[in-house]
Design a protein around this ligand. Structure first.
Ligand code: PLP
Length: 360
């Protein structure tokens, strides 16, 4: 078995323990004589899987009772439409544009109402988080929307915006379960799971109960109505059953490894190893304003396109894969999600040091 160090932004590395457990259960899930992929989602065995997944997630994130946990499909991008369809009661919402994912959500919302961009960091290719302490929040805005961790650009909101009393909606796809979170500060937290939790396709939405209503925009498809999924325990139709099963295993792995406090400590340690190296390197440099740096996605460049390419290629040959930056920004990006071990980052930095010595 030859595992690589996988720095992919998503789908991304998962804990080996989880993969091994899933492999062991593939032919016969706990005496059922079948895999979870083959079992009815209405079976007792599956109900237990999804119930435990929800309970474990509630424990990990300390989710209050007045929030529902929904396991949905269509990835994070489906939420770009589902959010305005369900939450834009006044047909007004404010968006903070900190990268491509926020921009896509904003553009989609424009189909359903007045979606205002109230702040943006587009002027410096999204390399920072704008000051959100006193924004021109619309008086009749239904919500303020952010993308909390910007996967492509490597920035993170370390302070939530001052929404002036408006409900906050946050896309946490690439920082989900990377650190403790105060759920009560949000109306809706959601994320695609393929960055930090499980297989692509599943999206988890944690939504305050009073926001789940039948009062949605006319024409909203049944499948895109939060209430339908909430009323049916995320099983209005066949859920992405196998994906949820893997997410559940990752939740158990997180609980076993100390929960989100321990994860934050480990993630800070990993990110510091990489950022400290970048800050003293004569060849490589980080591309993001220091105070806004993400713990999960670390973009960097050499300043030369040729050297960037040579680095990505040499790194892959040495077993450090998927370090190429997003096609829209170039350079490199190391995504160091929960399941990336500290040794992976240490060895990457050793490799970068050697590459620097050989190319200076
Ligand atoms: C990857 C990503 C998305 C898109 O996820 P899909 O599941 O492909 O729709 C949206 N937001 C953020 C922050 C992401 O990292």
């Amino acid at each position: 078995m030859a595992r690589v160090y996988n720095f992919s932004a998503g789908p991304a590395v998962l804990p080996e323990e989880v993969l091994l457990e899933a492999a062991a259960e593939m032919m016969d899930y706990r005496g059922t004589g079948m895999s979870v992929m083959e079992m009815s989602h209405r079976s007792k065995a599956y109900q237990q899987i999804i119930d435990e997944a929800e309970a474990d997630l509630r424990q990990l994130m300390n989710i209050p009772d007045n929030y529902k946990v929904l396991f949905l499909q269509g990835g994070a991008s489906q939420q770009f439409a589902m959010i305005p369809m369900n939450l834009m009661k006044n047909k007004v919402a404010d968006y903070i544009i900190t990268g491509q994912w926020a921009k896509k959500a904003w553009q989609e919302a424009q189909k359903y109402g007045a979606a205002n961009a109230i702040a943006s960091s587009a002027d410096e290719t999204f390399s920072y988080i704008p000051d959100c302490s006193d924004l021109p929040v619309s008086p009749d805005a239904d919500y303020v929307y952010i993308c909390e961790n910007n996967t492509i650009y490597g920035t993170k909101f370390h302070t939530l915006p001052n929404t002036k009393g408006k409900m906050l909606v946050s896309d946490v796809s690439s920082c989900f379960l990377s650190e403790p979170v105060d759920v009560t500060k949000y109306g809706l937290i959601y994320g695609g799971v393929q960055k930090n939790i499980g297989p692509a396709g599943v999206v988890i939405a944690i939504i305050r109960e009073d926001l789940i209503t039948e009062d949605v925009l006319p024409g909203t498809p049944t499948m895109l109505t939060y209430k339908i999924h909430a009323d049916n325990g995320s099983m209005y139709n066949t859920p992405p059953a196998y994906g949820i099963y893997i997410c559940g295993k990752v939740f158990k792995w997180l609980l076993k490894n100390g929960g989100l406090d321990a994860m934050q400590e480990k993630n800070q340690k990993k990110a510091a190893i990489l950022y400290d190296f970048l800050d003293q390197s004569k060849l490589f440099r980080g591309t993001v304003r220091k105070e806004d740096r993400s713990l999960m996605n670390v973009p960097f460049v050499t300043g030369s396109k040729e050297l960037d390419e040579a680095f990505v290629k040499a790194a892959a040959e040495a077993g450090f894969v998927n370090l190429k930056g997003h096609r829209s920004v170039g350079g490199m990006r190391a995504s160091i999600y929960n399941a990336m071990p500290i040794e992976g980052v240490e060895k990457l930095v050793d490799f970068m040091r050697e590459f620097e010595a050989a190319n200076s």
